[in-house]
Design a protein around this ligand. Structure first.
Ligand code: SF4
Length: 416
């Protein structure tokens, strides 16, 4: 079975999504993958699909370019490799959960309790495939940027703040509770969501349901906003004297052969696990700092981003041409050239989209370029500018640099 191309659909191994370059499969993992498991995954994607991967903003991995038979074979290969797939609905934890000494509470323990309660609930098959549950233990990686229907944030050891809908800033806080009550409260919430219909989300819950749940919880305060670790550091200290080093494939995209090369060349460094993180990062967990540094050097030689100030981090691009048949623009070629200009920053990021669907980014960027059949539509800080009437990449690049230059001059002008 395949899912047609549309925003909001949720491709899985069992139900891949039709895209311009064939079927797309998205996978979420509940922990790390050892070198052999990740190699098996990459080889199978190369053999049965296009061998193209993307790490998503949510930290999932998607593989592109399968035929229906290829997708089936891929799913069979992965079942044989015993990969730690998350069940539906996904209970997401931070990528270092369970080995992060900075966690206030053990998010792995709570997430596995919630997952087993859900697995045995009678309403699970009536929940939306998009439904998301986040358990954030308060460690080095914040999950505040992820939208979730149900969110647990550790406050102190054994205590959790429960909120629903939105991201870490916009979610509705319901209250605080002990870990022992978390599973029963989650069950009550999920049952209430299921009663709203198969596509329902937490935002659809009636106010009286929310108020009823609030009365069963202790009052809770919001935490101050947390800094996303992706831009703060690429190096993490773990429990048990281990380390994790981060690397980001440009635009989150990496091909199977590059991934295999990274794994094989890193074997001498005793990488214990590879993990995918929100923010499109790949982590390598190593026993020592020196081994982590050696993996970083290998990643750098393979053109992966290993420094948090690399200008390519401030450019986003979907698959576009030639990978996606819906695209009107060679998105990643253009984004790479524009990123090299250093005009795009964390404050004024770039987003290049092959068509109006804008798969790569949901929030508006500083400059967005949207490919159209005969030109490009530029948008600056959410405001549409005159259309660029060409599909010639050099001409589009010049126009985009001119727009970025004008914006830089305007931002230096004193306010009237
Ligand atoms: S936004 Fe990009 S990847 Fe998505 S359908 Fe359009 S061209 Fe394809």
């Amino acid at each position: 079975m395949t899912t047609p191309l549309r925003r909001g659909a949720c491709p899985t191994l069992q139900s891949p999504m039709q895209t311009g370059d064939g079927l797309l499969v998205r996978m979420g993992f509940s922990g790390g993958l050892c070198a052999d498991q990740l190699t098996a995954l990459a080889r199978s994607a190369q053999a049965h699909g296009a061998g193209q991967f993307e790490i998503t903003a949510r930290g999932n991995l998607q593989a592109r370019g399968f035929s229906p038979q290829g997708a089936q074979q891929f799913a069979q290969d992965l079942a044989a490799a015993s990969l730690p797939f998350r069940a539906h609905p996904q209970v997401e934890t931070a990528p270092l959960a369970g080995c992060d000494p900075h966690e206030r509470s053990n998010s792995l323990a709570l997430s596995s309790t919630i997952a087993s309660v859900i697995a045995s609930a009678e309403f699970t098959d009536r929940l939306s495939p998009k439904l998301a549950i986040v358990v954030d233990g308060g460690g080095q990686f914040t999950l505040d940027a992820l939208n979730a229907d149900i969110r647990f944030n550790a406050t102190v050891s054994g205590r959790w703040r429960l909120s629903t809908g939105g991201d870490g800033r916009s979610a509705r806080i319901l209250g605080e509770l002990d870990e022992a009550n978390a599973a029963a409260t989650t069950t009550a919430l999920l049952r209430a969501i299921a009663l709203q219909g198969p596509a329902a989300r937490a935002r659809d819950l009636p106010d009286e349901t929310i108020q009823g749940l609030r009365r069963t919880l202790d009052p809770a305060q919001a935490d101050p906003p947390r800094v996303n670790a992706l831009v703060a550091a690429f190096e993490f200290h773990l429990a048990g004297q281990r380390f994790a080093r981060g690397m980001v494939p440009p635009f989150g995209a990496i091909d199977a052969l590059t991934l295999i090369s990274l794994i094989e060349r890193s074997r001498q460094q005793d990488v214990c696990e590879f993990r995918f993180t929100p923010g499109r990062m790949l982590l390598a967990l190593t026993p020592t700092v020196e081994q982590g540094a050696a993996v970083v050097n290998i990643a750098r030689s393979l053109d992966l981003i290993v420094e948090p100030d690399d200008a390519r981090l401030f450019a986003r691009a979907c698959a576009g041409l030639p990978g996606c048949a819906s695209g009107h623009l060679e998105t990643r070629v253009l984004a790479r050239r524009l990123a090299a200009s250093q005009r795009f920053t964390k404050e004024f990021p770039l987003h290049v989209s092959g068509c109006a669907k804008q798969c790569a980014v949901r929030q508006s960027a500083g400059l967005t370029l949207i490919g159209e059949p005969t030109g490009v539509a530029p948008i600056v800080n959410g405001r549409s500018l005159d259309r660029i009437e060409t599909r010639d990449l050099c001409a589009i690049e010049m126009c985009a640099l001119s727009i970025a230059g004008e914006r830089a001059i305007a931002s230096r002008r004193p306010a009237p």
